[in-house]
Ligand binder design. Structure first.
Ligand SMILES: [Zn+2]
Length: 256
């Protein structure tokens, strides 16, 4: 006997679907606010959405997303890493993008890898303060918020805090905000359209640029896309500055 299972429509991740989310937020009269704005008194009767983008793999993809938001009159917060294995905020290419994100009207937050402890003499609070200070200087703006990269349950439970700085995982810092995340392109509860339809007054959406700016169906292909983009920007500088580098290279990635 045939068993007729209800079919769940597959959720697609692409630039155009991302733009549909921005349009849906505007149609539902949500005001997109940055994380530092939550430190002020909320305006009563105004529905607000925190758009959070943790930048794990590529500043170039973050910039593509930031430009789309800017074209649609939407402000968000980009949480960037100082200890990323994928990009370098001190490099010519990525430091220019960091400045451009702020020029587009977006806010910069710190994406903090608490598992990286290169200075045994420093406490976690001191490491965090150090990275917040460095990122504030690099971006030219005081950084007032941080999110953990790949946090363990113990790190989240530690409720790390510094005066006047928002920890996106601290239960009392963003209380009342309904949180969803696109981690590895899996929605645990609601997708963004369902969240917007809920009409809740305060939303907190974590959308990683790589999952939206890359249209490949397979997340591994999105990683490859980002690695190739990073190589292109790295090579552009090498070609311009290193005489011994020689001819441009094309890069092929092989999984084994
Ligand atoms: Zn991360």
């Amino acid at each position: 006997m045939d068993c007729m299972m209800p079919t769940v429509p597959e959720f697609r991740f692409s630039k155009s679907v991302f733009v549909q989310i921005l349009d849906a937020l505007k149609s539902a009269s949500y005001r997109c606010v940055t994380f530092s704005e939550t430190l002020k008194e909320p305006q009563s009767g105004v529905k607000t959405c925190l758009l959070r983008h943790d930048v794990d793999v590529s500043m170039q993809l973050a910039l593509e997303m930031a430009r789309l938001e800017h074209e649609h009159g939407i402000q968000s917060t980009y949480f960037v890493m100082l200890r990323s294995p994928m990009y370098n905020l001190m490099s010519r290419h990525d430091s220019a993008i960091l400045v451009e994100l702020a020029l587009l009207g977006h806010e910069i937050g710190l994406h903090f890898d608490a598992g990286c402890r290169p200075n045994p003499g420093m406490t976690l609070e001191e490491e965090l303060r150090f990275e917040l200070d460095v990122l504030s200087q690099l971006s030219g703006h005081m950084v007032r918020s941080f999110s953990f990269h790949q946090p363990t349950p113990e790190i989240i439970e530690s409720r790390l805090e510094l005066p006047g700085v928002i920890n996106t995982y601290h239960p009392s810092h963003l209380s009342g905000y309904k949180y969803i995340s696109d981690s590895n392109r899996v929605w645990r509860e609601l997708n963004p359209f369902q969240l917007i339809d809920s009409g809740l007054a305060r939303l907190h959406m974590l959308l990683h640029p790589v999952w939206w700016m890359c249209s490949d169906a397979d997340v591994k292909d999105c990683w490859d896309h980002a690695i190739r983009l990073n190589f292109v920007s790295m090579q552009a500088q090498l070609l311009g500055t290193e005489r011994a580098y020689g001819e441009p290279r094309a890069m092929t990635l092989i999984r084994y």
